[in-house]
Design a protein around this ligand. Structure first.
Ligand code: ARG
Length: 776
């Protein structure tokens, strides 16, 4: 009997169209049409409307963009928000002092009054999104001159966003998708009163530090909690003690019943940027210019910062957040360059491009439209290559030096002073004061001075001489190439490195004082040189690139009409779905899906700051006191992996099971898939998550914050699940062995159709279970 099913299944797999399993960052408003059936096959029990609906509450209402750079999700009806520790790190750092060191000790608000406000932090909650491609491209076609197209689309995008904002009530924007082929409008409510509620110590939230970052197996409790507040009449509002907790339209129930290999998992969030349609030549530039320079410059900067952080607690706290974020994409760049070589990514892209060219050339109409796009892109990249380093070094070395960045921020004030508009100057000075306060709070002048000397030396050595401003060359000549002496001169004579002098200046600013400041003069000369000599060339090449790239992507979609394409990540809300899954990092090795508290203790090293285990956690481990958060073997799951397609910006995203319940929190990618932003490889790409059980264990058992536990909706596998929170109706469970078998066959078919060569399906309902194994 089983054999018959197997041969039937094999037939199905041969005739099914090939679709790469679990790849894709999908637009929630399109999943009903594009993905829902596939998601159901994989184990989703929700309707498409329960995931995304603009009229009734749906999953999307629980998801927020956090601070513009991360994702968070509501886990209570009282606006309690869960995100990563590394997403809240800037705020945690900002509230820390050597006396009240929340970085080291953690922080827990035991009642609402203890929650800490955060100047500048906001969350955006999606109201709706619309396809506005027709409106943006009206009357535009492939014969429209590119310049005109750019102007028209930019104007229309702005106009559409402005109209949708209802006079500023909403934060709105139109973004382009598929490299300029489609356009969507996004409408958000922005909440500016977001308070820190809790964080574990860094020894938990950043356990493993930079050594474990971007790596599996992992043992990090990378989470923190915030609360969103609104005005008493339910509107977004600036911080006020009159504000009340936000009432989300939906919050995620948390399932602590445990997760198993192959379980359905979806990740909802705001992935920042992928370059999946980038061609081989673009990739080479990223490897040889962007990544290589980033590695070189950051390596030095990180070492200089660390040297001083190790010497003083105050400096350690001041530079903790800057160091972590700089180190993060430093290691990313190393991993990506390694991966591109190992995975032969350039060669893979080149093969795709060859196929495209052959297809385009095979017919006159296609040839006219798409025949030269690759060639034009290559020409554009060749031009970009000449000037690119100037822009990379501008960000990494010039504005990557704190004093120069701060001096550059005075440009608006400088312009206002120059124009003689006293009113504008006064306003600019007032705007600068809080920024100055924030800047100096986390600034160590002697540390920055060393960084300056190194960064300027690199700039001098690595940037083509004819792309450097005269003023800089003269300075270097004056100090005979001694960058320490140059640093002495700038840092002893500039007022921008001294808080008192800056405050005095801002109280009574003059253009003369600013123009004569050596740090301001230096950054100004570099910026001016960039704007006049480099930026226009890059802009022209980028415009050429954009057009060719848009046509290339349009051509690719025409070439593969059966393939469902998804757009590159662009910080807009996306859903990715897949399953809980292990992987083989190299031949002969399999990495397990789950890590446990055992592993935390195996990694413990009290002499290494990255691997300290807090005493209280150790006690709980020794007593195996994991409460209801333990799994059936009495272990505590710390992290697990899924094959969800994510990238930076997804940090803090909820991992959600088939019933719409939170099972974990996405926080990282893995070393074997550092090329993931360029290509999705189903064998290697994994998403690293903190398990919901570890999060709740930390809040409950470690921190004793039962006030928070009490406001959450906690379910375990055998409870009615999401229905409890009024979201999902659970599908009728298979109640006979035949139904179980049917379900298993259905799933196996789906897996085979998705291109898998061997499939194992397990279905369980109470005591009954069915196992199905198919090998091709
Ligand atoms: N690699 C993670 C991401 O980009 C950030 C992890 C932060 N942890 C750290 N040790 N720096 O989302």
């Amino acid at each position: 009997m089983l054999k018959r099913i197997l041969s039937l299944l094999l037939l199905v797999s041969l005739s099914a169209p090939f679709a790469k399993a679990d790849e894709g960052m999908w637009l929630p408003m399109l999943i009903k049409r594009l993905n829902h059936a596939d998601m159901q096959k994989k184990g989703l029990q929700l309707t498409a409307e329960e995931i995304y609906n603009v009229n009734n509450s749906s999953l999307k209402d629980a998801i927020v963009q956090f601070g513009g750079f991360c994702t968070g999700e509501f886990i209570s009806a009282e606006g309690l928000l869960l995100t990563n520790h590394h997403c809240g790190y800037g705020q945690i750092q900002s509230h820390s002092t050597p006396e009240n060191d929340y970085l080291t000790d953690g922080f827990w608000a035991m009642d609402r009054k203890q929650e800490l406000p955060n100047e500048g932090l906001f969350v955006d909650i999606l109201v709706r999104m619309d396809d506005v491609t027709g409106k943006v491209l009206e009357g535009i076609n492939n014969n429209t001159p590119e310049q005109e197209r750019m102007q028209l689309t930019a104007q229309r995008m702005q106009a559409i966003a402005k109209e949708a904002s209802s006079n500023g009530q909403y934060v709105t924007y139109v973004r382009d998708f598929f490299n300029g082929n489609e356009f969507y409008l996004f409408v958000y409510e922005r909440f500016n009163d977001v308070r820190l509620v809790g964080t574990p110590p860094s020894a938990v939230g950043k356990f493993g530090g930079d050594t474990d970052n971007w790596m599996w197996p992992r043992h990090t409790g990378d989470f923190s909690m915030f609360r969103v507040y609104m005005s008493p009449d339910g509107k977004p509002a600036a911080y006020s003690d009159k504000n009340v907790p936000y009432k989300p339209k939906h919050h995620l129930p948390i399932n602590i019943g445990g997760v198993e290999q192959d379980d359905f998992a979806m990740v909802f969030g705001f992935p920042g940027r992928t370059k999946r349609f980038m061609t081989s030549e673009g990739l080479k530039l990223d490897v040889n210019q962007l990544n290589k320079s980033r590695i070189k410059l950051r390596d030095k900067k990180l070492a200089l910062w660390k040297e001083d952080m190790d010497k003083s607690d105050a400096t350690r706290i001041k530079y903790a957040s800057k160091h972590a974020s700089t180190a993060n994409y430093y290691k990313y760049s190393i991993g990506q360059n390694d991966g591109i070589k190992r995975m032969k990514t350039v060669e893979g892209k080149q093969a795709d491009e060859k196929k495209f060219q052959t297809w385009a050339d095979a017919n006159a109409e296609r040839k006219a439209l798409y025949g030269t796009s690759l060639k034009e892109m290559n020409e554009a990249y060749a031009e970009i290559e000449k000037y690119n380093l100037g822009s990379v070094y501008l960000n990494e070395a010039v504005l990557g030096t704190e004093a120069l960045l701060f001096a550059y921020r005075m440009s608006a004030l400088n312009n206002a002073l120059k124009s003689g508009n006293a009113e504008a100057a006064k306003k600019a000075a007032e705007d600068l004061q809080p920024r100055a306060d924030a800047f100096f709070k986390d600034y160590s002048m002697p540390t920055d001075k060393k960084v300056f000397a190194s960064m300027m030396k690199f700039y001098h050595e690595d940037i083509a001489k004819d792309q450097q401003p005269e003023a800089f060359k003269q300075l270097v000549a004056k100090y005979k190439g001694d960058f320490n002496k140059l640093a002495d001169y700038i840092y002893s004579n500039s007022f921008v490195v001294d808080k008192q002098k800056v405050d005095k200046f801002l109280a009574n600013p003059t253009q003369k004082q600013l123009a004569n400041d050596p740090a301001f003069a230096l950054v100004n000369s570099i910026m001016e040189n960039y704007q006049t000599n480099i930026a226009p060339k890059l802009a022209a090449a980028n415009a050429k690139l954009a057009k060719a790239n848009r046509l290339y992507v349009a051509g690719l979609r025409q070439m593969n009409p059966d393939k469902v394409y998804y757009p590159d990540a662009n910080s807009t809300i996306r859903l990715s779905y897949g399953s809980v899954k292990n992987y083989k990092p190299v031949d002969g090795v399999t990495y397990e899906t789950f890590t446990t508290m055992e592993g935390v203790m195996q990694k413990e090293d009290p002499s290494n700051e990255e691997f300290i285990v807090p005493a209280k956690l150790k006690q709980l481990y020794e007593a195996k006191d994991y409460g209801r958060y333990a799994n059936k073997d009495g272990d505590l799951i710390v992290n697990f992996i899924t094959d969800n397609d994510i990238t930076g910006g997804n940090s803090g995203s909820p991992v959600i099971n088939g019933k719409g319940e939170l099972i974990g929190l996405a926080f990282d990618g893995n070393w074997e898939a550092m090329t993931g932003d360029l290509v999705y490889d189903p064998d290697y790409k994994r998403c690293i998550n903190v398990s919901a059980n570890y999060v709740l264990f930390m809040v409950d058992k470690y921190a004793g914050a039962s006030n928070l536990i009490n406001e959450m909706t906690i379910v375990s596998t055998d409870s009615p699940g999401a229905t409890e929170a009024g979201t999902a109706t659970a599908a009728t469970p298979a109640d006979s062995s035949a139904e179980l078998l049917n379900a298993a066959v259905k799933e196996a078919k789906a897996d085979l159709a998705a291109g898998k060569s061997s499939v194992k399906v397990k279905k369980k309902d109470g005591k009954k279970s069915v196992k199905l194994e198919v090998k091709n």
